[in-house]
Design a protein. Structure first.
Length: 197
């Protein structure tokens, strides 16, 4: 009934994880989520999500890579947004990226879970998807928010991401596909475990 979880995506030039129900042709929530290992700046989706800092003016990791790939115009638009608070999200154009838009969200710094970090991380995913839905976007790609220099435990962050996205898209069928784009194989494996694939 189901296609292989691991399949080769010719457009992306990489393996993608996701179930396809060949008989029904109807996507359930899990089928609308995929895990891939690769460079988020190369994805041709409606929006990629940037794990930004509060200034929105670029930084290290995914944030810096997105700003470099999008070009100076992204920085100029971000200056006009006047920053972003933890857990909130703001959107810009994608400029030189294949993605049409960038949704910038500020993940929580991990302090042992004592400062509502899990709730703020949930907010990042929920508010990013809400912004996508409000703007008619159908495909969104996320990095592993807060798992780098912000030190959020990756296994817990992946579970929060999958649970929050799953809940949101179950209530918003207009979001057709969410991609969890991972920088390394270990993080991709954590997402696959959270998804049960």
């Amino acid at each position: 009934m189901y296609g292989d979880a691991l399949h080769w995506d010719k457009e992306r030039g990489c393996h993608v994880f996701g179930w396809q129900d060949k008989e029904r042709g109807v996507q359930d929530v899990n089928e609308r989520m995929e895990v891939m290992e690769g460079d988020i700046t190369t994805l041709d989706v409606d929006a990629i999500v940037n794990a930004a800092n509060k200034t929105l003016l670029g930084g290290g990791g995914v944030d810096g890579a997105i700003h470099r790939a999008a070009g100076q115009e992204l920085l100029e638009e971000c200056r006009g947004l006047r920053g972003c608070e933890t857990g909130q999200a703001k959107m810009t154009q994608g400029y030189r990226l294949p993605a049409k838009h960038v949704i910038h969200t500020v993940g929580p710094v991990w302090y042992g879970g004592k400062r509502n970090e899990p709730e703020r991380l949930e907010d990042c995913y929920r508010n990013s998807l809400q912004l996508a839905a409000e703007n008619g976007l159908k495909t969104v790609a996320f990095p592993a928010i807060s798992t780098g220099v912000y030190r959020f435990p990756a296994d817990r962050a992946c579970r929060i991401a999958v649970d929050t996205v799953s809940t949101f898209i179950s209530e918003h069928p207009e979001i057709e596909k969410v991609v969890f784009c991972c920088f390394d194989a270990n993080t991709a494996e954590l997402y696959r475990k959270a998804l049960g694939v």
